[in-house]
Each structure stands twice: as structure tokens, then as C-alpha cells.
Design a protein around this ligand. Structure first.
Ligand SMILES: Nc1ncnc2c1ncn2[C@@H]1O[C@H](COP(=O)(O)OP(=O)(O)O)[C@@H](O)[C@H]1O
Ligand SMILES: [Mg+2]
Length: 356
């Protein structure tokens, strides 16, 4: 494990315990799902019209970062359709045969959830195209010149695919989804509702200000909001009277080193190094990573996207640079030589933050 330890503000679900708690906190129906107004409304139409016609709905693709509610929505889709949900994931499908085994045992109308669909093996992808379009697969038996394809009918089903990297899906696969929902980061007001709701389910007393504080440090992500809520609850139980107030939320999050904007120790180390050691950049990713004792990939995948989104850091062809907001956030004065010292944020080239 790195010097920065387990991340309280990572988007992924960390362990079995967290997964159990998440299951308990998942909204079960579309009406209980907070935020994502547009996706929710569109999806509701797709599902209602399918129910009315007595047909299986179009296949659904859900794209968005970790912890934004893709798995939750997949479960809701099955619940709204009154159908069982079958769950598998891209990495679990290593061969076309793995997929055939799942598809051939689906019952009519069933919902198949394929998480991390962009990580599925290529040969399985092609089988999936056919299954999605014609509810049929060709199972190849044997190898080499003697191999034969045996066509197999499968029951009409609904595929719900989820991906954090929609751009990595091959076009033909993307095209076979009748509906794509892009999940955005949540605004603080929505996260506040989620925190209040989770607090109710976990039987935690929380004030409005306490909930707002947790929400504002949650990086736009419900999973992180729920996790911070649990840590703040621990603190309130042990050091306070059990009620999460503004003060206990602040004190607890200070203890866990999650700052007002949701930056943790790693984020601040990266930003601090960029400012203090490299005068705000530009500096190459690996140099920056070495300066904080981390792997370049960790810095790139874990810290940077959030720092970019918060407008603290920009990726340029010459390297990483800090924005004026970064200097301000760490309470430092940029030297006149700092990149962008006199440039307004909106002048930044927006395309520069796409990883190359
Ligand atoms: N819109 C939402 N309303 C309420 N809770 C949500 C919402 N989206 C996500 N959550 C909560 O956040 C956690 C993570 O959601 P999940 O669906 O597993 O995210 P993903 O599959 O996108 O990584 C779940 O415990 C769920 O309860
Ligand atoms: Mg998920």
C-alpha cells in the first residue's frame, strides 16, 4: 500500500464490508433515485413504454465514473420491469464460451447486467452483437478447419451495460444499445439529499448543516458521500453525543484529511509538489509522481482527474501546470513566473484535460 494509505475519497467500492453497506443504501425504485434528472426521465419512458407494449425494452448502456449509481440503476431497471437481474462483468468473460453460458440460460425478459463492459474479451464482443440484435448466438464447436458454428436461439432479454470508459467501447457495440444514459457528477444539493437519506437508513442523527458539509466534500459522488457519512458518524459517536453537526463533520473530516473541496492527502501532495518544487510547472507526469513517491499511474488515474475537474491542474502538451486556483487553495502566492499567473481559467484549452 502506498504512503497515502487506503483512500477515503476513492470512487471504487473498497471491500466486502463496504459492498454490504452499499447494498443496504441502494435506492430500489426509480422514484427514490436522487438526481440524474434527464437519465431518470428518459429511462422511465423507455421502461414504461416497454411494459405497456409487453415487450422487452431496448438494451441500455450506462456510462459514468465510479460511484455515480450505475449498478444501482441496473438493479432498479430490473425491479421496475419486475424481472430478475443476472449480474456478470467484462473481466469475468474471458472467452466467447463464458458469454454463451450466461446467455443460453437466460429466461425470457430477464435483465442481464454486464458491468465494466469495456473489459470484455474481443471474441465475446462479437457474440454479444448478434445476441443483442437477433437473440441468437453461434456457438463454435471444435478448433481449426474442423470447427463448426452451431446456431443457438436465446430468449429475448434486456442487456444493461455499464462502463466508466464509454470512449473505449467499439462503435458497433455502442450502436446496439437503444438507450445510453450518461451519468454526471452530482451537485451538492443532490448529495445532501443522498446523505440525509442514508443517515435515515443508518439511523444516524444529522443536522442540515452537517449533511451539507459532508455533501460538499464528496467530489460529486454518492459512494464517497456515503463513505464520509460513515466516518463522520463514527467520530460523532465516539467523541460527541452521536449527532452529526457542522462541527463534528468538520472535525472528523479534518482528522481524515479530507479538505473543504474534497481533496485528500495524495491530491494535496501532488498539488503542493507541483507548486512548491516546480513553481507551478510545466512538469512531466513521471517527475511529478516521483516527487511525491507515487507511481505515475496512481497520480494520473487517481489524483489528476479530480484536480483537473476542480480547475486546479491542467494537462498540457508540455506537462502538468497548476492554475491560479491551485495557488489560492493551498494559500500560496504564485511567483510572477508561474504558468497562467495572469490568465483566467476559462482561457484554458478544454481539450487539454483529456488523457492522451
Ligand atoms: N442517485 C442516487 N441516489 C441515492 N444513492 C445513490 C445514488 N447513486 C448512487 N448511490 C449510492 O452510491 C453507492 C454507489 O452506487 P453504485 O450504483 O454502486 O455506483 P457505480 O456502479 O456507478 O460505481 C450505492 O451504495 C448507492 O446507494
Ligand atoms: Mg458498479
Amino acid at each position: 500500500m502506498s504512503e497515502f494509505g487506503e483512500r477515503l475519497v476513492g470512487g471504487g467500492a473498497e471491500g466486502p464490508e463496504e459492498q454490504v453497506i452499499e447494498a443496504a443504501l441502494r435506492p430500489k425504485r426509480l422514484d427514490d433515485f436522487v438526481g440524474q434528472e434527464r437519465v431518470r426521465e428518459q429511462l422511465s419512458l423507455v421502461l414504461r413504454s416497454a411494459l405497456r407494449r409487453g415487450r422487452t425494452p431496448d438494451h441500455v448502456l450506462l456510462s459514468g465514473g465510479p460511484g455515480l449509481g450505475k449498478t444501482t440503476l441496473a438493479m432498479i431497471i430490473a425491479a421496475e420491469l419486475g424481472q430478475p437481474l443476472r449480474i456478470t462483468s467484462g473481466p469475468a468473460i474471458e472467452r466467447a464460451g463464458d458469454l454463451a453460458a450466461v446467455l443460453s440460460t437466460l429466461a425470457e425478459g430477464e435483465v442481464l447486467f454486464l458491468d465494466e463492459i469495456h473489459r470484455m474479451a474481443r471474441p465475446a464482443e462479437e457474440m454479444l452483437y448478434m445476441a443483442m440484435e437477433d437473440f441468437r448466438v453461434d456457438v463454435v464447436v471444435g478448433k481449426g478447419p474442423g470447427a463448426t458454428a452451431i446456431p443457438l436461439d436465446i430468449a429475448p432479454f434486456t442487456l444493461v451495460g455499464a462502463t466508466t470508459r464509454a470512449g473505449m467501447l467499439p462503435g458497433p457495440l455502442r450502436d446496439r444499445f437503444g438507450f445510453t444514459g450518461h451519468m454526471d457528477f452530482y451537485v451538492p444539493a443532490e448529495l445532501e439529499v443522498i446523505v440525509q437519506r442514508s443517515a435515515r437508513l443508518l439511523e444516524v442523527e444529522i443536522t442540515d448543516e452537517g449533511a451539507a458539509e459532508v455533501a460538499s466534500r464528496s467530489r460529486g459522488t454518492p459512494r464517497i458521500a456515503n463513505r464520509l457519512l460513515r466516518r463522520v458518524r463514527d467520530y460523532a459517536e465516539v467523541r460527541g453525543d452521536g449527532t452529526v453537526t457542522l462541527e463534528t463533520a468538520r472535525a472528523a473530516l479534518a482528522l481524515y484529511e479530507v479538505d473543504e473541496r474534497g481533496l485528500d492527502r495524495l491530491d494535496r501532495a501532488v498539488l503542493g509538489s507541483l507548486l512548491r518544487k516546480f513553481g507551478g510547472g510545466p512538469v512531466g507526469l513521471s517527475t511529478l509522481a516521483v516527487s511525491v513517491g507515487e507511481e505515475p499511474e496512481t497520480v494520473e488515474v487517481v489524483a489528476e482527474p479530480f484536480l483537473v475537474r476542480q480547475g486546479f491542474l491542467a494537462r498540457t502538451p508540455r506537462g502538468r501546470i497548476a492554475t491560479p486556483a491551485a495557488w489560492a487553495h493551498l494559500g500560496l502566492t504564485p511567483p510572477p513566473t508561474a504558468p497562467l499567473a495572469g490568465v483566467a481559467l476559462f482561457d484554458l484549452d478544454e481539450t487539454a484535460d483529456e488523457p492522451g
